[in-house]
Design a protein around this ligand. Structure first.
Ligand code: ATP
Length: 237
């Protein structure tokens, strides 16, 4: 079905057990739908539950309640994994290998043909720096190599956890342009951010998440209309 949702989340919950205290509810009955071709943002402060939600979408964390699916498949299932690329942890590349060589290693582990490496580098603007050592890359280039790794299997869904975190203004600009370009090339993107201005710039729709709950879901157009609620529900930076 052409307009089937890429991601569907219903009542998704994660409670972490804590010795001697009540469980910590990191994600609390989240409902959302991400449509094909959208850039969908989770906006919220540190500890709001963004990373835990993304990890559940990827099958890396098992929910304690509710369901999530990727193109109708359970997270972590073969079909879901084949449809998804992610950059969720800090990049783990080998410093003395080139960008190209690093991606070849990732491709090999992922069972992706090495012919995918060049187009992935190209699509993050690193084609000309592919032969340079990873250690010589700026942080922005390192993060973009992380996105290239996520693109190796040409996934329907690209999941990016705080892709601009720690970048300087130029690096942020490049990453934001890159993310918009992914949607332009038919990928669906789910990302997290703690910057209101950033999600307004690059996302189509945003879920504001606070203490594990989606306190507001809105198209960015509606947000630009200047809802008081959005301003109060987001961090001051
Ligand atoms: P950040 O931007 O800091 O990653 P976040 O919005 O992604 O924040 P999460 O990392 O999802 O938030 O964390 C949500 C809550 O769950 C936090 O209170 C965190 O301490 C807690 N938490 C996360 N992972 C675990 C874990 N493995 N065990 C126990 N508590 C956890």
């Amino acid at each position: 079905v052409a307009d089937r949702a890429v991601v569907e989340v219903r009542g998704l919950t994660k409670a972490y057990r804590r010795r001697g205290s009540p469980p910590l509810v990191a994600v609390d009955r989240v409902d959302l739908t991400v449509r094909r071709g959208e850039v969908y943002g989770f906006l919220g402060p540190n500890g709001a539950g963004k990373t835990t939600t993304l990890r559940m979408l990827l099958g890396l964390v098992r929910p304690t309640g509710g369901t999530a699916s990727v193109l109708g498949n359970a997270p972590g299932s073969r079909a879901a994994l084949e449809a998804t690329g992610a950059m969720i942890e800090g990049p783990a590349f080998l410093p003395y290998l080139s960008g190209t060589a690093n991606l070849r290693v990732v491709a090999r582990y992922a069972g992706v043909d090495a012919s995918r490496v060049a187009p992935a580098l190209e699509s993050v603007g690193l084609a000309e720096r592919g032969d340079d050592r990873y250690a010589s890359y700026s942080l922005g280039m390192k993060q973009r190599l992380g996105v290239a790794a996520a693109l190796l299997k040409d996934p329907v869904l690209v999941v990016l956890d705080e892709p601009t975190n720690g970048l300087d203004p130029a690096g942020m600009r490049e990453m934001r342009t890159l993310v918009r370009g992914l949607a332009g090339r038919g990928h669906t993107v789910v990302l997290s951010s703690h910057l209101l201005g950033e999600v307004q710039e690059i996302c189509d729709r945003v879920a504001v998440i606070d203490h594990g709950r989606v306190v507001l879901e809105s198209s960015v157009e509606e947000m630009r209309g200047g809802s008081e609620l959005v301003v109060r529900a987001t961090p001051s930076d």
